[in-house]
Design a protein around this ligand. Sequence first.
Ligand code: SAH
Length: 343
Amino acid sequence: MEKTDILSLSSEELAEQICAMGEKKFRAKQVFDWLHVKKVSDFSQMSNISAQFREQLSEKFCIYRPKIKKRLVSRIDNTVKYLYGLSDGSSVESVLMEYNHGNSLCVSTQVGCKMGCRFCASTIAGWIRNLKPSEILGQIYESERDSGKPVDSIVLMGIGEPLDNFENVVKFLKILSESGYSLRRVSLSTCGVVDKIYELSEMKLGVTLSVSLHAATDAKRSEIMPINKRYDLKTLMKACDDYFNATGRRISFEYSLIEGVNDDDSSADELIRLLGGKNCHVNLIPINEVKEREYKKSRSVERFQKRLCAAGLNATVRRTLGADINAACGQLRRDDLEEKHNN
Ligand code: SAH
């Protein structure tokens, strides 16, 4: 019989299963604590639990963690990029970055992606499957263990569209929160899956929503982001306003600047028209060039930012981290897939 993936169970589900084994509820709390607070990777490390019950636990459950397949460390800024191997042979990436406010980990939520954004490396080979909660949590626990650094904030900005794996991502957030991790330290980035933004806002989890905008007119956005044909900008903006009104959390809009596509003065003015007067933040990202794509890094990042700021928008440029280790999401996995293919 296949063992149950214990790290994917909420505290409630764990309590149910442990009570069904004839143990008291506080036992489940102890086990949850070992798994998600002390973050042990083996039942034998659960020292306040009897050897006999630990044995029973290991017969019924497995503590599943992704395995580090590759680790690249930036010599410029200590950014660490991990390639994680999963049990079915597929792989995903995480990036650990050092900021003044602490360490931030960018995690993946799917193997591949269906969304088809034209500039993104994660979508090129399509979508394979959704990650389970344990596979998302495992990226955090393994990165912490390997680096010896605590993860102070988490961004769901790695491979995949988190709102296209809604159930598992919400369960991951629930378990994280039950472990005592404040969801205010979590940002969820979406290309704009509107019906799920509404569901998320109803849950009032307190996560920061980042919306990948990259263009401020429907014509331009539909060209680079197919999701815009399903949910246009008006529909998306309405959902963003709803999220802000329901949660009080300011939205962060991501805007990757691509030479000759969305980086001229008139694109800045379109963005000002779209976001002017909203309580939000604009995160400008010099696009990471992906070898399979023709898009080039903009040379007018500063000019674009100045124009937004002059119009009263709160716009900052994201620091480029890990420039020497190919830290853009999806690229390491792509290289790994290619290596496999060529061998
Ligand atoms: N699917 C989610 C989260 C993953 S992508 C989303 O779309 O938001 C994380 C962020 O990186 C998104 O803003 C995405 O648009 C952006 N991105 C993807 N490829 C990029 C590239 N080559 N250069 C710069 N940003 C990129």
